[in-house]
Design a protein around this ligand. Structure first.
Ligand code: D54
Ligand code: ZN
Length: 276
């Protein structure tokens, strides 16, 4: 399990490109038949990739979180970003088609990930946060999740936002998760930008052409920096940081938040004039 510290904004200002990448960028999430995890001390969120190509893969407890099983003190949101597959939770099998999401609450012991076919393996992107009570395990299919149209082609940010785990959807202790898809020709996400000092956030970019690059923006509004990212990489946004980006073609991303509150719309908009 990779580990990242929480970073002070005064420290982040001084980082070189390599230091920024080392602290905030998460690469190589999908290794065949393995679990790859990154534990950030920003709100103690764990993100990761689970890629069962030709055998089932189990998510277990880890010494880093001193847990006998992964969900001993946590909850988890699981998105399938590959071919069809399933997750077995304490003997119950949940089929996950592409872009379906499964939430599993505190206390479930067994989490086994499997692909339906090794020629088109499932890819599971996960985000997990500490939890204080058990909310029921719940699946949200892509085809029935409400879709919200945002932006416009004129401003190159025409996109469709879908909330899966949130106040009016799948219930959780503190995890809020969803997916935003950029329409063809649009490249900007989350612009005008925002911060939310109450919650950290992680963006996981996928469906980005292998030769395309994402220029992800971060930093305090008056001290912006960028990180150049490839397909299927994630980036940690501390609560004080903006998080938005433009890529050289369209893409989809999964956003995950955890922290003080649970209100999706609690965002502090950043005026264009403030940005430096
Ligand atoms: O706090 C909310 C998150 O940053 C995202 O939901 C924003 C987003 O998906 C978008 O504007 O495209
Ligand atoms: Zn945000």
């Amino acid at each position: 399990m990779d580990k990242r510290y929480a970073i002070h904004p005064e420290h982040a200002k001084t980082f070189t490109t390599e230091q920024l990448r080392g602290q905030f960028l998460v690469q190589d999430l999908f290794v065949p038949n393995e679990v790859k995890l990154c534990y950030t001390l920003e709100d103690r969120v764990v993100i990761g990739g689970i890629y069962p190509v030709n055998e089932p893969v189990e998510l277990k407890g880890y010494n880093e979180i001193k847990a006998d099983y992964f969900l001993q003190r946590r909850e988890i949101g699981i998105f399938n970003v590959g071919g069809s597959g399933s997750v077995r939770v304490d003997g119950e099998v949940y089929a996950l088609n592409p872009k379906d999401c499964l939430y599993v609450g505190l206390g479930s012991r067994e989490l086994i990930f499997e692909s339906d076919a090794s020629e088109q393996p499932a890819k599971f992107y996960i985000a997990s946060a500490p939890a204080h009570k058990t909310y029921p395990t719940q699946k949200q299919e892509f085809k029935t999740v409400p879709a919200e149209e945002l932006g416009s082609p004129e401003t190159a940010n025409s996109r469709v936002l879908r909330r899966y785990i949130h106040e009016d959807g799948i219930q959780s202790c503190q995890l809020v998760m969803g997916m935003t898809a950029l329409n063809a020709g649009s490249v900007w996400n989350s612009m005008p930008t925002h911060t939310h000092d109450r919650r950290m956030e992680v963006y996981f970019y996928f469906e980005l052409d292998e030769n395309a690059r994402m220029f992800h923006m971060m930093g305090e509004p008056t001290e912006t920096r960028h990180i150049v990212m490839k397909n299927e990489e994630a980036v940690i946004s501390p609560p004080w940081s903006i998080h938005c980006g433009a890529a050289t073609s369209n893409y989809t991303f999964i956003w995950a938040m955890a922290g003080e509150n649970y209100t999706y719309k609690d965002m502090d908009a950043v005026a264009m004039d403030e940005l430096r």
